[in-house]
Structures are given as structure tokens and as C-alpha cells.
Design a protein around this ligand. Structure first.
Ligand code: 44T
Length: 814
């Protein structure tokens, strides 16, 4: 290369051009020059790395702002070809991927960055935020469930000993069931796993257990497997636990139909069979205020606004409507941990029986006739949901139950319904291979009263082609109806948005704080007026900006205070319509509510002046995510907001105080890390999956968490949004242990101060927020009366904590 003067000339002139362009802030051209230089002369990589990265970041920022997403990712690909092990580039690409919604891919990039440099804080924080997508938390629960592992192991052992010699584990996860088969003596064991992260994890686990040579693991969906391409011949046993709380959500029916046709020996002539052999699904009608407030509007007034004109609002979890991508047929809850508990309104009933060893039955499932079940109501109450669980029959003798009474890791499937009493008619069907349960009608005095009030006009056009009697009935009714306004007049709100609307205290507090602020500002204005002798212009308004994420009524509540022009950042058209409708019906002048484009990523653009000469009287920031964490970039947004406030104006909230408590909770430990080898049948799995342990557990219901309180709740940290200089990044707090035990976790929540006096807690009964908890990887033994030193840190909106007993030696940083 040295000997090629033309090339050297090109390299050096390109390098010079790159530097010149960089100086002129022409990042696109600079980037191209750098690419050329580094591809032609890799020896410059060390020298030019920093400038190259800087150019890449600047250029991709520009590409991002003009929406050239494909070009942006092409640049990153090219950069990673040159620097495949550059953790900063990997981390930054991950951030772009995450913002674009490619969470798995983003998580993969953060993980790689962190492997390259374990002490890289940006990548670590990013990784913690997304680890839940790479390895879902239920893996820890299932692996820690010794009872379940043991039953599967015994069933597999029995099958292998009775002659099932070749085994395929579908959806192997960490490889545990495959290893059971091998250990039981199966001659050939195959496994498949569709998640890349889980597949790689399983490879590590097999190697650590000395089985990498004897179990063949494939990174693919079982539906894509072929004989002999992927496995040499059909197997005699399929083992699988690809079931979710609603049994069919992981596609077990489709996987088994495919397996019976392509991967399994026939059942009669040879030994072909499946573990589990089948399942029985149970259902029960329940009352639960907690479920109710997440799925329908339960209040007639929010703040001071009448909600009568809101139209139909419902959560995305609904079974009675036509299948739609934006809808989920069910959600999940652990009934035993529902805040406020639940009440059974009927006895449990059998909804469905299915034999996994009968391919005709599996194939017939989706065309099974809708079954009507009449249920006597055994207890009066409000019908909020059908709860569903199942028994998994591993073989003739042994089964696992996911019921609400069992002490297992399983949640139940929840099918929310509308309220009423009396006898219920439930329809069970398996459209799209999803188990669907609709409580369609109530029988009162022999008369059927339908529950699904929404009537779809589609049914009218094509009534005969639908084999579903429910739809037929609907369409008949739809054709009869006279009130056309009933159709499609609904908007969808996330469950947490629905719970927020139902949070009376929160809106009331906002209302009071806003009213107070406005009257203070009015007095100020009047004083100024008096001093200057000018007349206050009647058209002078207070400007309020609400930059809450998702649906929020706060702008409207502000506008209803009078003399306020409010800006809402609600983006969805349907939701904007709801706000406009509510404005009209609550007599708020139309021009007092405007919609502000909310560019979540571009806080510069988001927070501007309402008009050239005006400043905001109040800016409402949404500071805590539903999961219990502080929103990313909150402090940056607050400091921008402060610059845009008129004198005497305020950010809502003005201050956030973090509270926490020392607890001993085995449940939290089980949900965050596999506890040694014992629960996993002696297989060595924990160290591998525990790489995906995160220090902060989110979406916690602290009120129903099984735990022992080892201290009073204590104030841990203060975030002052109105005064930047008041903030610290580290704080040591001493908390006294009120009883002895092992501190395994520190749940925390927030008191959100709208002003000095008015606050709402994210740990209140009607909160739409959940709580979070720091889980200590090394439990800390304490005795009653000990002082526990907590070091609380806030770095870029991420809270971390370490704990040690005062006067005792400090443990290693967690
Ligand atoms: N969660 C239960 C669902 N897979 C379990 O990639 C209970 C949720 C749950 N691989 C709280 C508690 C609990 N071919 O890694 C996954 C998945 C993989 C497949 C290859 C296929 N056809 C499939 C289908 C799925 O199987 C693994 C297990 S799925 C189990 C889901 C503890 N919340």
C-alpha cells in the first residue's frame, strides 16, 4: 500500500476534506470522506476514531430530524463495519433503534456494548431499560418454580423410559426440558427456540452442563423445521411449555398441528406423543374494582369536567368486538395479588378441554361451534371480568394448574366485561387460534339481555357468511337499530390512561393547584396594572401547556378555569375529538383549547413560547411512567420549561419526593434472579440467565406484595423541578430498621408536589401508577434498631441505590 502514491494522495486529500467539512459543520460530506479514508487506510482508525464518531453522531442526528431513517441506519451499518467492537457506536445505534420501536434489536445492541465494556454507564442504563424485552421476567419465575420443573422432569423421565427415545423440545428457553430428556436417557434430543437471545443463552447453558455435544439446538420457530433438513427423522416425543396465561397465546395449537404433520411419529403405530398431553380451561366471573378502573370509565366527572359527552371510551382489551390488531382479547393478572382483592360471582366452570395428542381435535378447534354456557350467579356483585386459568395435563397422572388458588408463578387471563348481575351466558370460541370468552348476555326473568352494546355495521352487510351466532344476533340487531350515531363512536385508551381518568384525587389536586396559581397570577397582574396605571386587557389570557404523554384531560381542566388558553399535546385524532367534544359540552370556548405537536424526542421543539410576546403561566410535565420509574430526560425538560415560564408561573409538578421502605420479600427475589441450582433440578442455569437480572423491578403492586416491612417509609430523595441549583445527584439517607430480617428490596414511589401544599402520591389507592423496587442482589441482614445507610443516586432520570448497615463494612457496589 505504501507504494501506491495515487492512493496515498487520495487518502490524505480526503482526510483533509473530512476535517474541513467537519469544521464547516457539513457532516454528511465529512462522513463520506471519513468512510473513504478509513476503508482505504485502516491504519488511520485509531487516529480518526473520535472525529469519525463525532461526525457519525452529528450526521445521523440531522438524518433523524428530517426523517431519513433508512439512511441513518445505513450510516450506522457502515460505521460498525469499520468499528465492529465500538461500544459507543453500538450504544448509540441501540438508542436510535429503541426510538424507532425496534426494541429487541435495540436491546441486543446495548447488550453487546455492555459486554465490550461492562462499566459503561450509558449502555448499562439503556440495557436495564430494555432487558425485559430480551429475556422476559417470567423466565425467572418459571425456572424458580421447583414444583413445575420437577413435574415436567418426572413426566419426561417416564415417557423416555417407556420408549420415547427421540425428543424435540419446542420453545426450549434456557434448555431445561431438553436437558431433562437427555438426563433421562433419550438417545437423541433436539431443541428449537425462536428468540435469538434465548437461543444464545441456551447454547451457553448446554455447554456449562456438558450437553452441548448431545443436544442439537436450532435457532428457529418449530413451524419452520423440516425433516431431514433440520432434524434427521421424526421424533417420538415433543415436549413443550409454549403456553401463556390464556393457554394458546404462544401458538401451541399451530405448533402442535405442524409437529404432528411434520416432526412427530404417528401416535398409533409408533410412539409419537406430546407432553403435555392436553389441557382443561376454567373460567369464573369476578368482581374487581381494580380491573374495572383499568378498562372502563367509572366516574361521571373528572376534575371539574362533566364526562357525559365523552362518548364510549374503552381499553384495548376487549373480546366482544371484531378481531383487530389494536385489540387484545385478554390481559393478565395474578388474582391473588389484585389490590383490593376480588369476589367470585360464579363457581369456576369448564370452558374447554383439549387433547394435544389428537391432531384432528387440534385442527377442528378453530371451527368448533361456539359453545354457550349458562352460569348461575352465586354471589351478587358487579361483573367486571371473566378470569381464566387452566390445568396442563402432563400425562395421565400428573398435571399443573395455573389457578388463582395455587401457589404457582402463573397469572390468570382476564377478559374484562361490562357490569351487570343475574345469569350469564358465556360464549367460548377459538377464532384465530386464540381462546375467546365473551360474556354475551345476562338472563333475567327468562329474558336475554345482551351485554355487548356496540353494534358493528359490517354485520349488516354480510350477515349470512358469519358462522358465529353472536355476530348473527348482533347483525340482526344492527339492522334494526335506528340510532346511527351508535356505531364506531368510541375511542381507545390504554388501561393506564383509563385508570388515570378514574383517578379522582389526581385530577382534583390539579384543579385546586391550577386554580390557586391562576388567582395568584391574577393578583400579580392587577398589582402591576395598578402600579403602571394601564388597564388590564380583557383578552389577556393565561397560557397553560400540558405535555403529558398519551391521553390527558389536564389541558381541558386548565381551560375550564376561565381566562386560560390551554395547549394539549394529545396526538391521536380520535382522542383530540373527545377533548373537543368535552370542551363543547362543558362550555369551554373552542379557541381556548389547542393541540400542540408533541415531538417526544425533540424537547427543544416541544417547549416553545405560545406566541412571540407571551410566556407560559404553567407547564404540566408528565414526570413518572406508569411502571414506577421517573421519565427519561425529565430534568432536561424541566430546565427548558423553567426558561419559558412567566414570572410567578409554575411547572406542575414543582417538586418530586422519592419515598421508600426496607423490606424482606422472597417474591421479588424469585422474580429477579434464579436462586441457585436447586430449583432448576441441579442444572447449572442461574449464572447465565442472571446476566439479564436488572437492579430495579418495575410494575410492582407494593400494596399486595408479599413481604415483611423492616422499616417505616422514609424520604429518600428530592427532585426540585423549579430550582435547578437545589438538586443533588447523590444522597446518603439513614433509615432505622424497625424489625430484624434480611433486606432484599427497597420499594419506592413518589409524592408529586404540584405546589408547596398540594401533592399526590403514586402509591395511593386509586393511582394509575405502579411502584418500582430496587432489588438487592446480596440481601442485607439487619436487627431491629440498626441504622441502614442508603446511598441514593440519580443519573439521567435513573435511580439507583446501595445499602449497608451503618458502622458495618461497606459491601461491594451493587
Ligand atoms: N409466560 C407465562 C408465558 N417459543 C410463557 O420464544 C408464568 C407470564 C407468564 N420457539 C407471568 C407469569 C407467567 N418455536 O422463549 C419462549 C419462546 C419460545 C417457540 C420455537 C415455537 N413455535 C415457539 C413458541 C414459543 O418458547 C419459549 C417459551 S414460551 C412460554 C411462554 C410463568 N407472566
Amino acid at each position: 500500500m505504501k507504494g501506491d502514491p495515487a492512493r496515498n494522495e487520495l487518502v490524505s486529500s480526503s482526510l483533509e476534506s473530512a476535517q474541513q467539512c467537519l469544521f464547516n459543520q457539513d457532516y454528511g460530506t465529512a462522513f463520506v470522506h471519513y468512510l473513504l479514508v478509513l476503508n482505504l487506510a485502516p491504519m488511520f482508525k485509531d487516529f480518526a476514531k473520535d472525529s469519525f464518531r463525532f461526525t457519525l453522531f452529528k450526521w445521523t442526528e440531522e438524518l433523524d430530524s428530517v426523517g431519513r431513517i433508512q439512511d441513518l441506519f445505513d450510516c450506522y451499518e457502515q460505521a460498525l463495519e469499520l468499528f465492529p467492537a465500538d461500544e459507543v457506536i453500538l450504544n448509540s445505534m441501540g438508542e436510535h433503534l429503541f426510538r424507532m420501536g425496534f426494541r429487541d434489536e435495540a436491546a441486543g445492541h446495548f447488550h453487546k456494548a455492555l459486554k465490550l465494556r461492562p462499566d459503561y454507564p450509558e449502555a448499562r442504563e439503556n440495557f436495564y431499560r430494555v432487558a425485559n424485552w430480551l429475556v422476559e421476567r417470567w423466565h425467572f419465575l418459571m425456572l424458580n418454580d421447583h414444583g413445575r420443573n420437577r413435574k415436567y422432569q418426572q413426566a419426561i423421565q417416564k415417557a423416555v423410559q417407556s420408549g420415547c427415545n427421540t425428543v424435540l423440545d419446542i420453545g426450549t428457553g434456557t434448555g431445561i426440558l431438553g436437558m431433562c430428556a437427555k438426563k433421562a436417557g433419550a438417545a437423541e434430543v433436539y431443541a428449537c427456540e425462536l428468540s435469538k437471545t434465548m437461543y444464545e443463552l441456551a447454547c451457553e447453558v448446554l455447554a456449562a452442563n456438558g450437553m452441548d455435544g448431545s443436544i442439537k439446538i436450532l435457532h428457529m420457530k418449530s413451524l419452520e423445521m423440516e425433516v431431514p433438513k433440520d432434524i434427521p427423522h421424526k421424533v417420538s416425543l415433543v415436549v413443550t411449555e409454549t403456553v401463556d396465561a390464556g393457554l394458546f397465546g404462544e401458538g401451541i395449537i399451530e405448533s402442535l398441528i405442524h409437529a404432528w404433520h411434520h416432526l412427530l411419529l404417528p401416535p398409533q403405530s409408533a410412539t409419537g406423543r406430546v407432553i403435555p398431553a392436553g389441557a382443561t380451561v376454567f373460567g369464573m366471573a369476578v368482581e374487581s374494582a381494580e380491573i374495572r378502573r383499568h378498562h372502563r370509565l367509572c366516574v361521571s366527572e373528572v376534575g371539574s369536567l362533566s364526562m357525559s359527552a365523552a362518548g364510549e371510551l374503552h381499553s384495548p382489551v376487549s373480546c366482544s368486538s371484531e378481531p383487530d390488531d389494536s385489540m387484545e382479547p385478554y390481559t393478565t393478572e395474578r388474582l391473588s395479588r389484585l389490590p383490593g382483592g376480588y369476589k367470585s360471582l360464579t363457581e369456576p366452570f369448564t370452558a374447554l378441554d383439549i387433547d394435544f395428542n389428537n391432531v384432528q381435535e387440534l385442527e377442528g378447534l378453530s371451527s368448533r361451534e361456539v359453545r354457550r354456557i349458562h352460569l348461575p350467579v352465586t354471589q351478587e356483585g358487579e361483573l367486571d371480568a371473566l378470569a381464566v386459568w387452566f390445568q396442563l395435563h402432563l400425562d395421565e397422572e400428573s398435571s399443573l394448574s395455573t389457578g388463582p388458588q395455587e401457589d404457582t408463578c402463573w397469572e390468570q387471563a382476564i377478559y374484562p366485561v361490562h357490569s351487570t348481575k343475574d345469569e350469564l351466558i358465556v360464549e367460548v370460541s377459538c377464532r384465530d387460534a386464540y381462546l375467546r370468552l365473551c360474556s354475551v348476555a345476562v338472563l333475567r326473568d327468562g329474558r336475554e339481555i345482551r351485554l355487548d352494546k356496540r353494534l358493528d355495521s359490517q354485520h349488516c352487510e354480510n350477515p349470512v357468511s358469519n358462522p358465529n351466532p353472536e355476530a348473527e344476533l348482533c347483525s340482526a340487531l344492527a339492522c334494526l337499530k335506528t340510532d346511527q350515531n351508535q356505531t364506531k363512536d368510541y375511542s381507545m385508551l390504554e388501561c393506564s390512561e383509563m385508570a388515570l381518568l378514574n383517578n379522582h384525587d389526581y385530577h382534583k389536586s390539579f384543579c385546586s393547584a391550577l386554580t390557586k396559581l391562576i388567582s395568584q397570577l391574577k393578583v400579580k397582574w392587577q398589582n402591576q396594572e395598578r402600579r403602571s396605571g394601564d388597564q388590564l386587557d380583557c383578552s389577556d389570557l393565561f397560557y397553560v401547556l400540558d405535555v403529558s404523554e398519551g391521553f390527558s384531560l389536564l389541558s381541558l381542566i386548565a381551560a375550564s378555569r376561565g381566562h386560560v388558553k390551554a395547549y394539549s399535546s394529545v396526538e391521536k385524532k380520535k382522542q383530540q375529538e373527545v377533548l373537543k367534544r368535552l370542551a363543547r359540552s362543558n362550555n369551554i370556548p373552542e379557541d381556548h383549547l389547542e393541540f400542540w405537536l408533541n415531538h417526544v424526542e425533540d424537547e427543544q421543539g416541544m417547549l416553545q413560547r405560545p406566541s412571540r410576546e407571551k410566556l407560559w403561566s404553567a407547564i404540566i410535565l408528565d414526570c413518572v411512567e406508569t411502571c414506577g420509574l421517573i421519565r427519561q430526560k425529565l430534568m432536561e425538560k424541566a430546565s427548558l420549561a423553567r426558561c419559558l415560564l412567566e414570572e410567578g408561573g409554575s411547572i406542575f409538578p414543582a417538586k418530586i419526593v422519592v419515598h421508600g421502605m426496607l423490606v424482606e420479600s422472597d417474591t421479588l427475589l424469585l422474580e429477579s434472579a434464579v436462586q441457585g441450582q436447586e430449583p432448576t433440578l441441579g442444572f447449572n442455569i442461574a449464572p447465565f440467565i442472571n446476566q439479564f437480572t436488572v437492579p430495579v423491578h418495575v410494575f410492582l403492586d407494593f400494596s399486595t406484595l408479599e413481604c415483611r416491612h423492616l422499616s417505616e417509609s422514609a424520604e429518600l430523595f428530592v427532585l426540585d423541578l423549579m430550582n435547578a441549583t437545589a438538586n443533588y445527584t447523590d444522597r446518603e439517607v439513614k433509615v432505622r430498621a424497625t424489625s430484624g430480617g434480611r433486606i432484599t428490596a427497597i420499594p419506592f414511589w413518589y409524592h408529586i408536589y404540584l405546589d408547596q401544599d398540594i401533592s399526590v402520591s403514586t402509591f395511593s389507592q386509586n393511582s394509575h401508577w405502579k411502584q418500582a423496587a430496587v432489588v438487592l442482589q446480596q440481601p442485607l441482614e439487619v436487627q431491629a434498631g440498626d441504622w441502614v445507610c442508603l446511598t441514593v443516586k440519580l443519573h439521567k432520570s435513573t435511580i439507583s441505590m446501595t445499602a449497608h448497615v451503618a458502622n458495618a463494612p461497606r459491601p461491594m457496589e451493587q
